[in-house]
Design a binder for this molecule. Sequence first.
Ligand code: COA
Length: 370
Amino acid sequence: MPAGASSSKAVPVAGPDRSRAQDPDPPHRPVRPRPPVATLAGLGSALPRRVLTNHDLERMVETSDEWIVERTGIRERRLAAPDEASSDLAAAAARRALADAGLGPENIDALIVATVTPDSPLPSTACLVQKALGTRRVAAFDLAAACTGFIYGLAVAEGLIAAGRHETILVVGVETLSRVTDYRDRTTCVLFGDAAGAAVVRPARSPGRGLLSVYLGADGNGGGSLYIPAGGSRLPASTATVAGRLHYVHMNGQEVFRFAVGALALSVRRSLEAAGLGVKDMDLLVPHQANLRIIDAAARLLRVDPERVFHTIENYGNISSASIPVSLDEARRRGRLRPGDTVVLVGFGGGMTYGGAVLVWDGPEEADDH
Ligand code: COA
């Protein structure tokens, strides 16, 4: 590790509150399965060109390709160009999702961008994407649920459609995590990458196909395990926060790991249950891609055959809210999604947040590669 490097520093925010028992499986309101009201009518993703390999990282911090692959499954990740912000990636992914759905920006009724790395605190990235796409003056807002952001976005879009307020909603998960990653901290810098994934959410079009259920959860007591200490109202930016490297992601990897395995398994079970289904009914699991060991451990807990679990982490690392839509898009392009397949999307991340969605795929079988 270079001189002055440190893996984590004492920072003035509360860590996880261990005084309160965290029930990993809290009581939940039983949900009766119901016909889908919404579906994903188009998918698109945008990945920056620049590739940062494990070998590149070997030259930046004291690490090795072998350690990273064995402990995380990651081989390389993509990094945004210096002039490429979250809204640029989000708009590119959104255009592809719209083209995939056979729609144009004029058809968008509402725009939701899930991100923890907005272009700036004000205005929202969603408004910047709206401007870039040239949509009408429709609702546009950001949503902060970290790596579960896309699932939360789907839940909001589904609710807006169910209420009859909007018809064509763009849900984007985008991150430029390289902007908040400390490339002197080997415990975090090997994990993260940049990307955007988008979906066009529309009213369900064929019986029994579309979003069967969405399940959401959060445990604020765990917030101190994964956070960016400065830059908000608690600790505004100052020369001291910059010198203290407090604008970067700080993480207790082992705590997050333990939480993630349980949250992933719980979210799969709960979202399937809400759809009136069980693990055996699932054709494909598309989990948030944080660490291959987390995915494997949860799959073992659920007794899911590894063949039914899709991953992209090898090539993109952890791209937070972009992880699920990018993986879903890639699963479809690799021919892993067929009409009628039951797919479970599942996320977990900072907050801590977690959640899952059950989707019966009714989109086109394959999309053109881009
Ligand atoms: N290269 C080489 N060694 C490293 C390293 C790196 N990049 N990062 C940490 N190490 C070292 C540690 O310093 C430690 O050394 P020590 O035993 O001499 O103290 C050793 O490897 C083991 O560290 P540990 O933290 O126990 O490793 P781990 O198996 O838990 O893996 C993570 C670390 C971060 C990969 C893992 O905990 C993880 O993925 N956690 C979840 C993170 C996550 O998903 N975050 C986002 C959630 S959305």
